[in-house]
Design a binder for this molecule. Structure first.
Ligand code: IMP
Ligand code: MG
Length: 179
C-alpha cells in the first residue's frame, strides 16, 4: 500500500497525478467552449488552488486574466472551522466581467459562499466556479455557481496537489486520503 506520514497522521494514495491531469484537460476543454469570444477573469483561491490553477489555466486557450485571492477557513486540523476571514488581494476591477473562481476543494461550501457573496457585490457579469474536488456529503448549502467539478469524493480528509494537513503535503504530486 502506498502511504505517507504527515505530522501525526497516515494517508494513502487516492487520485494520481495522471488522473488529475486527464480530468483537468476535460474541464479546460469545456471552459474553452463556454467562454469562446469572452475574456474571463480567472481567480484562484490561495493557498490550496496553486497546482490545479496552474495546470488548468495552462490549458485555457481563450484570452483570460489570471488573479488570486486569499481567504481562509481552516485553522489547521481536518475539520472545517466555518469561520471565514476577509478576502485579501482582489486587485482587478471585475465589474461587468465574467468571473471563474478556481478552488482546490469545496467541503462545507462556507468559504466559497462567502467569496461568491463578496464578489457579487462588485457586479460581475457572471460568476462560475471550477473546483478540482467536491465533497457532496459535506456541502451545507447548494451553490449553483459550481459548474466545473474535477471529482466528487467521499467525505474524507485529503492532502496533496496543493492541499495541506497542518501546512504539510501541498507539494505532493498526487492526492492522498486519510487512512
Ligand atoms: P469549506 O469552507 O468547508 O468548503 O472549506 C474550504 C477550504 O478548506 C478548501 O478550499 C480547502 O482549502 C480546505 N479544505 C476543505 N476540505 C479539505 C480537505 O479534505 N483537505 C485539505 N483542505 C481542505
Ligand atoms: Mg481552497
Amino acid at each position: 500500500m502506498n502511504t505517507i506520514n504527515l505530522s501525526d497522521k497516515v494517508f494513502e494514495i487516492f487520485i494520481s497525478n495522471l488522473e488529475i491531469y486527464t480530468r483537468t484537460a476535460e474541464l479546460a476543454k469545456q471552459i474553452n467552449l463556454d467562454f469562446q469570444n469572452k475574456t474571463p477573469v480567472i481567480i484562484g483561491v490561495l493557498n490550496g488552488c496553486f497546482m490545479f490553477m496552474a495546470n488548468l489555466v495552462a490549458q485555457i486557450s481563450t484570452n483570460c486574466e489570471v488573479s488570486f485571492v486569499k481567504v481562509s477557513s481552516y485553522q489547521g486540523g481536518t475539520k472545517s472551522s466555518g469561520k471565514v476571514d476577509e478576502i485579501l488581494g482582489l486587485a482587478i476591477d471585475i465589474a461587468a466581467r465574467d468571473v471563474i473562481i478556481v478552488e482546490d476543494i469545496v467541503d462545507t461550501g462556507k468559504t466559497l459562499q462567502f467569496l461568491i457573496s463578496k464578489i457579487e457585490t462588485l457586479k460581475p457579469a457572471s460568476v462560475k466556479v471550477a473546483t478540482l474536488l467536491l465533497k457532496p456529503d459535506a456541502l451545507e448549502t447548494q451553490i449553483p455557481q459550481i459548474t466545473y467539478v474535477g471529482f466528487e469524493i467521499e467525505n474524507k480528509f485529503v492532502v496533496g496537489y496543493g492541499m495541506d494537513y497542518n501546512n504539510l503535503g501541498r507539494n505532493l504530486n498526487d492526492i492522498y486520503k486519510l487512512c
